[in-house]
Write a protein that binds this ligand. Sequence first.
Ligand SMILES: NC(=O)c1ccc[n+]([C@@H]2O[C@H](COP(=O)([O-])OP(=O)(O)OC[C@H]3O[C@@H](n4cnc5c(N)ncnc54)[C@H](OP(=O)(O)O)[C@@H]3O)[C@@H](O)[C@H]2O)c1
Length: 289
Amino acid sequence: MTLLVTGAAGQLGREVVRVASATRPVVAFERRDLDLTDPKSVWAALEAHRPTVVVNCAAWTDVDGCELDSEKAYLINAQAVAGLAEACHEFGAHLVQVSTDFVFDGKQVPGAPLVPYREDDPTSPLNVYGASKLGGEVAAGDAATVLRTTWLQPADGPGMVGRILAKLESSREAGAVVELLGDRRACPTFVVDLVPALLHLADEQVAGIVHVVNGGVATWADIGRLVAVEAGFDPERIVSVDEADLGAPRPAVRPKYSALDGAVLRRLGYPLLRHHRDAVAATVARLHG
Ligand SMILES: NC(=O)c1ccc[n+]([C@@H]2O[C@H](COP(=O)([O-])OP(=O)(O)OC[C@H]3O[C@@H](n4cnc5c(N)ncnc54)[C@H](OP(=O)(O)O)[C@@H]3O)[C@@H](O)[C@H]2O)c1
């Protein structure tokens, strides 16, 4: 049961390699060892290692960069996945393709309450990153596990929780406010919780789209208040701002709402990931002591 991981140096790839290595042989490829856009190298890697499962953690995740260079975005996030899927098919490996909430536009039915997107809801990406990742979902093929997730937080680095803590700490004396976005909502998801579910889906070789996110829906301002309370700061120092108030618009438009519902994970009977509140508390404990 060999697992081959691409994009192994990324925030998700690192944790997949770390956790999976405890229970099975893992072959980990960083970009410098295996560039997904080189189909011959991809083919040779699968031929040499004959993995049971390939977990594709590689992607071009710079959302604004993708907007400015769509050719590169589609090459890495879609075309390269087609090559990988073809090699998986040839050598009998199950493919796990990681995807994103940015395949949705967040608009839903005007006037109706927003509800988390289900796996079979229609997609409509607002930006090149989302469109290229949607291309990757299609390229992965029907037999692959397409795991969509949102707002990933690393298992081994500061991430957004760490950045919020640093801001609260650095302006502690002055009691200065910390401005955080309050007009975009999704499901902040902690890699430490995501990876066991990903490996379960990989082991079961589940085919199709599966949403995997921590529980609850939040803005970054909501998360900021949770971080402040957990770390003993005054939550009133967190001020919610709209994206439009933060100066010049960024190249890529982001969905205002991209929470995901884990209907398929529930149907499979896999335990749902803990609420983001508990994951925030655990992360603050890890980073803040
Ligand atoms: N981050 C999020 O908030 C988020 C949310 C939803 C879904 N996702 C999805 O989750 C997956 C993992 O994301 P992540 O946050 O771990 O991203 P990440 O930290 O940016 O890692 C992506 C990795 O892919 C590598 N890579 C880029 N181009 C490559 C190529 N041509 N060949 C091989 N490797 C290549 C990168 O290497 P270099 O650094 O050397 O370029 C990097 O190590 C992606 O599919 C992403 O779309 C992420």
